[in-house]
Write a protein that binds this ligand. Structure first.
Ligand code: NAD
Length: 456
């Protein structure tokens, strides 16, 4: 782990790729100190368990297995920011780059109290598998700041974001590592990152660097369709699954956990098919209405009030009642490890469509499988966001601006291809969808390592 105080010079990308090379080449340096073993508990351990299952099945090349079960680069930054009242507060931010065999590192930035190295490692690895499943030329990374953004003013948030971006320095870059929005970050935060990053480039280079972040506001180089892209991708996959499983979306019911970007868009778009939203949970509480909740109206309420609590067109319920609400589909779109030993037995649904990253832990997975509840796994189901981020990146590089119907049509094609590939892997190996999605990703990564070899 690299420790780095923002008052010192940020590590250069040369130092960073030096570290990457050491790991990529799988040589131990210094030779007597072995690579740190992945922790046996925690979120990254869960990723490794999922990875091992597919790697065993595939009999994945031993060297490739070693490489992919470690992250490449891990940056921890402690940095000071001046608050509105003049005080200085210290923050801790992270950027973990898991793998770039298929293209530049890519992954969101999260502002949340739970952000730590273990969480960011796991999220970075999931990005590597996701971009491989979606067949886009990116690797996997993730980052964030350990903080509760609701405690800070708009101008404090701006200074925190800009100072973190400054400290990241050239460890991000339009052809090297490209952040995007995630939990508690949005287009505004991306605009601050863009502006700060460009401010440290010579004026002649700035126009060539706008693709250093995706999920930007449209006027600042963002793409139409990016804001809804993850929820849209979830709904495209549900359409496929419903066709395959003879579920009529017009008369079906669903529940959603998390009513932010992913959850609210998935709910609004699924409701347009006629599906009925029965219950919603977010960080402020849980609500239900057996006759249906108007997703558009609830989204407007959440924009005004910050959460679903107090919404009068549904009744408040407790967390267990939320999980036990009967429906055809459950869309978790909040945080990791929500479907567990305790909550998985409560679910009364046919399908879990994972909008969130890592919402189901290993126990949860085993229980869902036992109970015959199917899962569209995160690395397939929520890939719509990074796919449209890729479209945004391409538009910036080519100085193009695509119409919404073009973005949507291209997203639909990408999601359909990924779905069909994972489905045929499920049928071929007679395995669950999560393992099948890993098999698709790992097959591609193994091929690339075999073609290129391992330097030197
Ligand atoms: P967001 O900040 O817009 O929304 C998060 C939602 O989760 C909020 O409604 C919040 O109240 C709720 N929440 C937080 N903690 C909760 C808890 N303990 N219990 C219940 N609800 C809780 O974030 P988002 O961008 O919608 O991301 C949600 C999930 O989707 C994350 O796992 C993220 O990594 C994943 N994801 C996001 C994108 C994207 O494009 N934004 C892409 C792929 C995956």
């Amino acid at each position: 782990m690299q420790q780095h105080d923002a008052t010192s010079t940020p590590p250069s990308s040369a130092q960073f790729s030096e570290a990457a090379l050491r790991i990529e080449s799988n040589r131990l340096w210094p030779p007597e100190r072995p690579l740190e073993k992945p922790a046996r508990t925690g979120l990254f351990a869960n990723v490794i368990r999922q990875f091992d299952r597919a790697a065993d099945l595939l009999n994945l090349d031993r060297s490739v297995r070693k490489i992919l079960s470690h992250t490449m680069n891990e940056l921890t930054i402690h940095f000071p920011v001046r608050m509105d009242d003049g005080r200085i507060e210290m923050f801790t931010g992270y950027r973990v780059q898991h793998n770039n065999a298929l293209g530049p590192f890519k992954g969101g930035l999260r502002f949340h109290p739970s952000v730590d190295l273990d969480e960011v490692r796991a999220l970075a690895a999931w990005m590597t598998w996701k971009t491989a499943v979606a067949r886009i030329p990116f690797g996997g990374a993730k980052g964030g700041i350990q903080m509760d953004p609701s405690r800070y003013s708009h101008s404090e948030l701006e200074r925190i974001t800009r100072r973190f971006t400054f400290a990241l320095g050239d460890n991000i870059g339009p052809e090297y590592d490209i952040p995007a929005p995630d939990v508690n970050t949005n287009a505004q935060i991306m605009a601050w990152i863009l502006d700060t990053y460009l401010s440290f480039k010579p004026p002649q280079e700035r126009q060539r660097c706008t693709h250093v972040v995706t999920g930007k506001p449209i006027e600042s180089g963002g793409s139409l369709g990016r804001e809804k892209a993850t929820g849209q991708g979830v709904v495209f996959l549900i359409e496929h699954w419903a066709r395959d499983n003879r579920l009529d979306l017009v008369n079906c019911t669903f529940t959603v956990q998390g009513f932010g970007n992913v959850g609210s868009w998935a709910a609004r778009l699924l409701a347009r098919h006629g599906a009925k939203l029965r219950a919603v949970q977010d960080v402020t509480g849980s609500i239900a209405n057996p006759d249906g909740i108007d997703a558009e109206d609830l989204a407007a309420y959440v924009r005004r009030r910050g959460g679903v609590s107090g919404y009068t067109r549904a009744r408040p319920i407790d967390a267990d009642q939320f999980f036990a609400t009967p429906a055809d589909i459950f869309i978790p779109a909040a945080m990791e490890s929500q479907i567990t030993l305790e909550t998985a037995p409560l679910l009364q649904v046919r399908l879990v469509a994972e909008g969130a990253n890592g919402p189901t832990d290993a126990d949860g997975d085993a229980i869902l499988e036992q109970r015959g509840i199917q899962v569209l796994p995160d690395i397939l189901c929520n890939a719509g966001g990074v796919v449209v981020s890729y479209f945004e990146w391409l538009q910036n590089k080519r100085s193009e601006f695509w119409e919404l119907d073009e973005v949507d049509a291209k997203l639909r094609r990408k999601m359909s291809t990924a779905y069909e590939q994972v489905r045929s892997t499920v049928q071929r190996y007679r395995i669950d969808w999560r393992t099948a999605a890993y098999v698709v990703a790992l097959t591609q990564l193994e091929l690339v390592y075999k073609e290129r070899g391992i330097f030197p």
